[in-house]
Design a protein around this ligand. Structure first.
Ligand code: PBG
Length: 312
C-alpha cells in the first residue's frame, strides 16, 4: 500500500534541542488536525551556525543574517518543506522576503540559568574565574557585576556546553532555562537568574513557526498552535531589536509581559564590558509600535558613539 501524502513537512536544525522542538510542534499539529504523527515529516538541516563550531569563533564574528536559519529558509521558500521550526531568538529580525513567522507556541521560561560546579552564584565565583559564554549579551551582563571575570568562548549545543563545564573548560556558564527544560536538564541549573538583572535575549524561550507568506493552507495549519500573548510579546521584542539593528553583534536584552490589560516592554543595551548600559520601558497595545518606541528610546539615550562600538 502506498503511504499517504505528508500532511506537512517540518524543517529543523539537528541539535537535540531543535529536534525536541520540532517533535513538540509535530505532536501539537497532529493533535490539532487529527492526523497521524507519521504524516508530518521532519527534515533536518545543517546551518552555517551548526558548521562553524570552531572554539575561537563567537557568533558575533560569524555574523550574517540568519546564520541558524538560512538553509531552512531556502528550503521553505523553494517549497521543499512547509514549516520552519525555530528558536525565535535565533531568527534574524529581517526575514527573507516571502517568509513570515506565523505562529509562536506558548513561551517557556524566559530566564537564564547559572551553572557552575564550584559556585552557587556569580557573586561566589573566585577572582578572575573563567566564565564560558559566546553570547556577548551574557558576557556583558556578567562583567557588569564581576568585571574581574575572564570570558572564555563556549560554543556547541546544550549538551556539549554542559559537558565542557564538567570538563573544567570554564568555571561557570549561563544557559536559557527554556532549553534546559525542553531537554529535561533543568536540574543542572545551579541558580535561576533574576530576569531584571539578566534580561533575556529578545524572543528567548519562544518557539516560532515560519511559513511562506500568503500561503493560506499553511497559515490555517499553524493557526491553532499560535499563542496570542506570546505572539504579541515576541512581536514587541523583535520590533525593538529591529530598531537597534540588532544582530548577534549587539548586547541587547528585552522582556515583554502584560500588566493591566496592556503589553509591557523593558529593553536594555550594554557596552561589551557591561560597564555602561541603558534601559527603557513602556506599555502599549500595539506590539510593533511599542517595540519600536522602546528601541528608539534606547537609541536616543545611548547616542551614536555608543552604538558605533558594536560595528568595529
Ligand atoms: N543560541 C542557542 C539557543 N537558541 C535558543 C536557545 C534556548 C531556547 C530558547 O531560547 O527558546 C539556545 C540555547 C541557550 O541560549 O541556552
Amino acid at each position: 500500500m502506498q503511504s499517504p501524502a505528508p500532511f506537512a513537512r517540518i524543517g529543523t536544525r539537528g541539535s537535540p534541542l531543535a529536534l525536541a522542538q520540532a517533535k513538540l510542534v509535530r505532536g501539537l499539529l497532529a493533535r490539532a488536525h487529527g492526523v497521524a504523527e507519521d504524516r508530518i515529516e521532519i527534515e533536518v538541516f545543517s546551518t552555517g551556525g551548526d558548521r562553524s563550531q570552531a572554539e575561537n569563533t563567537t557568533l558575533s564574528t560569524i555574523g550574517g543574517k540568519g546564520v541558524f536559519t538560512k538553509e531552512i529558509d531556502e528550503a521553505l521558500l523553494a517549497g521543499r518543506i512547509d514549516l520552519g521550526v525555530h528558536s525565535s531568538k535565533d531568527v534574524a529580525t529581517g526575514l527573507p522576503p516571502g517568509m513570515v513567522l506565523a505562529a509562536f507556541l506558548e513561551r517557556e521560561d524566559v530566564r537564564d540559568a547559572f551553572l557552575s560546579v564550584s559556585a552557587q552564584g556569580i557573586d561566589n565565583l573566585s577572582e578572575g574565574a573563567r566564565f564560558g559564554t559566546s553570547s556577548i549579551r551574557r558576557a556583558a551582563q556578567a562583567l557588569r557585576l564581576r568585571p574581574d571575570l575572564t570570558i572564555v568562548p563556549f560554543r556547541g549545543n546544550v549538551h556539549t556546553r554542559l559537558q565542557k563545564l564538567l570538563d573544567g573548560v570554564a568555571d561557570a556558564t549561563l544557559l536559557a532555562l527554556a532549553g534546559l527544560n525542553r531537554l529535561g536538564e533543568a536540574h543542572r541549573a545551579t541558580a535561576i537568574l533574576d530576569p531584571d538583572q539578566f534580561m533575556p535575549a529578545p524572543a528567548q524561550g519562544a518557539i516560532g513557526i515560519a511559513i511562506r507568506q500568503g500561503d493560506q493552507r499553511l497559515a490555517d495549519i499553524v493557526a491553532p498552535l499560535d499563542h496570542a500573548a506570546t505572539h504579541d510579546a515576541i512581536a514587541a521584542e523583535r520590533a525593538m531589536l529591529a530598531v537597534l539593528d540588532g544582530s548577534c553583534r549587539t548586547p541587547v536584552g528585552a522582556l515583554s509581559g502584560t500588566a493591566g490589560g496592556l503589553l509591557t516592554l523593558k529593553g536594555e543595551i550594554l557596552s561589551l564590558d557591561g560597564q555602561t548600559s541603558f534601559r527603557a520601558e513602556a506599555q502599549g497595545s500595539d506590539p510593533v509600535a511599542l517595540g519600536e518606541s522602546v528601541g528608539r528610546d534606547l537609541l536616543a539615550q545611548a547616542g551614536p558613539n555608543f552604538l558605533a562600538q558594536w560595528n568595529r
